[in-house]
Ligand binder design. Structure first.
Ligand SMILES: Nc1ncnc2c1ncn2[C@@H]1O[C@H](COP(=O)(O)OP(=O)(O)O)[C@@H](O)[C@H]1O
Ligand code: SF4
Ligand SMILES: [Mg+2]
Length: 336
């Protein structure tokens, strides 16, 4: 169950990737994104491929160094470099030593085969995580922990002696999850953990992650490119477009009453089980390609594809703000 307390607070987080030999800010992958996650809840994060979900997840963990903004974890400032009036970070960076947080904050990757060292056995992979954080007092305890973790994710003790390539994709992802759980984390970025898996086993892995959450009181940032995946497991959902968070709200509310034009188009593509809702919902097809984050459109980044765009949209960046209780969005249409 989620509590009222925020575990993570992210304010105007920005991540640009400079490009060698090219002047300018580079790839503007995450543009001033703000949100919080309550203790014990799952925040779903959706958006098309390339919109910055992975970059946001990794920057929150400081696996990528932010370009600007603020990250507060459980009341502790992990990073603070506010943006000045001109939109540039002021440069007074406060960056915490991440060592204590490396255990508490974990990540599960999209591609399990690429994230497991092929030269290490499954036991060594899980054991390494235990060793780094000195969580076992001796060989016996370490072996017991590995055995227990394998059981938790539905694998056998004998699996500890095998190599990643001997497993199916679903089993590899179970190993990745066991490795993340080995260090008794509090917060996990689940970066499209089921996108690379067979449809037949996707729900098993999702159910397992939900069980673990209950059992260990975990908090998740659950990334998916498809709303249908996150809507059942998330208490709230954030929607990204070209590096910006365009809308965020309670899962039920966002699905029932999306207020941002981009979310409306995303939802129009998802089949709805409710026949009444499905009759009122028209399928909206977006025209044009997603622009490049190296050279994003001015003003509202969605203006080149938005069916409702006005001249103001290409000139002014819409502010991301709370329009109804717990329901945020960034769109000039909502201002009047
Ligand atoms: N290490 C990197 N260097 C340069 N550009 C990157 C890097 N990682 C991601 N990008 C770019 O940042 C944008 C967002 O990527 P990503 O966060 O992977 O999106 P998503 O996870 O939503 O598919 C893309 O344009 C991608 O090409
Ligand atoms: S600000 Fe303008 S372009 Fe952006 S979503 Fe709203 S109406 Fe569309
Ligand atoms: Mg990604």
């Amino acid at each position: 169950m989620s509590s009222e307390k925020n575990l993570l607070e992210v304010t105007k987080l920005r991540k640009y990737f400079p490009i060698k030999g090219v002047k300018g800010p580079g790839v503007q992958a995450v543009q001033d994104v703000s949100f919080f996650i309550r203790k014990g809840e799952t925040l779903g994060l959706v958006g098309e491929s390339g919109c910055g979900k992975t970059t946001l997840g990794r920057t929150v963990l400081r696996l990528y160094e932010p370009t600007g903004g603020k990250i507060v974890y459980d009341g502790n400032v992990l990073y603070d470099n506010p943006l000045g009036e001109d939109g540039k970070p002021v440069g007074r960076t406060l960056a915490a030593n991440m060592l204590p947080y490396r255990r508490k904050m974990q990540i599960i990757f999209q591609d399990p085969s690429a994230s497991l060292d092929p030269r290490m056995t499954v036991g060594e992979i899980i054991g390494e995580a235990i060793d780094i954080h000195k969580l076992a007092s001796g060989k016996g305890e370490r072996a017991d922990m590995i055995k227990e973790l394998l059981g938790k994710v539905g694998l056998n003790t004998e699996h500890a002696n095998r190599y990643p390539h001997e497993f199916s994709g679903g089993q590899q992802q179970r190993v990745g999850i066991a490795r993340a759980l080995a260090v008794k984390p509090e917060f996990i970025v689940c970066d499209e953990p089921i996108s690379a898996l067979d449809v037949s086993i996707q729900s098993q892995v999702v159910n397992m992650l939900e069980d673990m959450q209950q059992e260990m009181g975990l908090t998740y940032l659950f990334i998916a490119h498809d709303l249908s995946v996150v809507r059942h497991i998330s208490s709230r959902i954030g929607v990204m477009y070209l590096g910006s968070m365009v809308e965020l709200g309670e899962s039920y509310e966002l699905n029932r009453n999306p207020i941002h034009p981009y979310t409306k188009t995303l939802l129009s593509a998802v089949p709805v089980p409710d026949p009444q809702l499905s009759r009122t919902r028209q399928r909206i097809v977006l025209e044009g390609d997603i622009p490049s984050p190296m050279n994003p459109p001015s003003g509202c980044r969605f203006h080149t594809r938005c069916p409702y765009a006005t001249p103001r949209c290409s000139q002014e960046v819409p502010v991301f703000k709370e329009h109804e209780k717990g329901h945020w969005a960034a769109c000039h249409l909502l201002e009047s």
